[in-house]
Design a protein around this ligand. Structure first.
Ligand SMILES: Nc1ncnc2c1ncn2[C@@H]1O[C@H](COP(=O)(O)OP(=O)(O)OP(=O)(O)O)[C@@H](O)[C@H]1O
Ligand SMILES: [Mg+2]
Length: 300
């Protein structure tokens, strides 16, 4: 990870200037130098010197016209998250990539006790508006919906979702820490089921996944919200591991039925290609019936 290497070259004052730009971005898309100097509590001269340094490191963008102003670019934001997670002692070094999703980079890291953990860095809103649509219900009308804001929101949601399901002691990644757009979680070993040409026993896998899904729903009151063959891993012992939790919703969400329907339909469609016959309507009904509120509604 480039940001991890750059972080080693940075001085405390550089970090402080980045944090000041971040603060300024709550109100401005491009933050004027005066504001940066105010937030950093540095004289203008020191501010300019630091901004120039950090800009040369490729962590900031400077506007090309008008008075000088800056904004963070994603590597600058990575530095801030890493710096915090390092100083809080959650990670000590960042290693090779573990995977790359549509909207995230996942790295293998080491803690100060030499334990391996996964670092998932959320990257939303830079390449597509899909992610902005995804989080629309959480985005305050007044807030400008920058990539920075929705990436942080996505990480926060995932951390909360992981905490909810962790109580069940299933094989979901265990949440460890979250800062800005980054989540530290336990590493899990497994391969996405989409990558298997053949599954040893697709019926067994299918039933295990439905079984876990019911536990998520009935015991943690959570709907995954993005269940698909890319977010289900199989470990060498054929255990199923369900990952990728930023889109979870509470089981009482107004669109609970639609969300469960989408998840289960995705699952049934994938397993049908592996020869598993299933009745998705029945499974969806069984799941929804686990929620007393929904049971009441369907009685009326
Ligand atoms: N805790 C973990 N341990 C090991 N590998 C992981 C872990 N979390 C994710 N990975 C790897 O990284 C890949 C991408 O992760 P994930 O599916 O969570 O992100 P994503 O697809 O970008 O998310 P989204 O669907 O929100 O865009 C996974 O397919 C997996 O290979
Ligand atoms: Mg995924």
């Amino acid at each position: 990870m480039k940001a991890a290497t750059k972080l080693m070259e940075m001085e405390t004052e550089d970090i402080r200037i980045l944090a000041a730009v971040e603060l300024g971005m709550k109100k401005h898309e491009m933050v004027p130098i005066k504001h940066i100097s105010y937030f950093a509590r540095y004289e203008l001269e020191e501010t300019e010197y630091r901004l120039d340094r950090v800009h040369k490191m490729g962590l900031l963008q400077r506007n090309k016209v008008g008075s000088v102003a800056y904004c963070l670019i994603s590597e600058g934001y990575d530095i801030l998250a890493l710096h915090t997670l390092f100083s809080q002692g959650y990670i000590e070094s960042v290693g090779p990539p573990l995977g790359k999703g549509k909207e995230s980079d996942v790295y293998r890291c080491l803690t100060k006790d030499n334990e391996q953990v996964a670092l998932k860095v959320h990257r939303l809103g830079q390449t597509s508006f899909r992610s902005i649509r995804k989080f629309r219900s959480y985005i305050d009308e007044r807030t400008h919906t920058s990539w920075l804001y929705i990436s942080r929101l996505s990480a926060k949601r995932e951390f909360e979702g992981l905490k909810r399901v962790a109580k069940l002691n299933l094989r979901t990644p265990k949440p460890i820490a979250q800062n800005r757009h980054a989540v530290v979680m336990s590493i899990i070993q497994g391969e996405e089921i989409s990558k298997f040409d053949e599954l040893n026993d697709p019926d067994v896998h299918f039933n295990k996944i439905v079984g876990e899904y019911k536990l998520f729903f009935s015991k943690a009151h959570v709907i995954h919200g993005d269940l698909c063959e890319f977010n289900i891993l199989l470990d060498p012992d054929d255990n199923v591991l369900i990952i990728d939790w930023p889109q979870w919703e509470d089981w009482n969400h107004p669109n609970a039925l639609e969300l469960v329907t989408r998840d289960i339909t995705n699952l049934c469609t994938f397993f049908q290609k592996k020869g598993v016959e299933s009745n998705s309507d029945e499974i969806i009904r069984d799941i929804m019936q686990l929620n007393p509120k929904f049971r009441e509604q369907t009685k009326k």
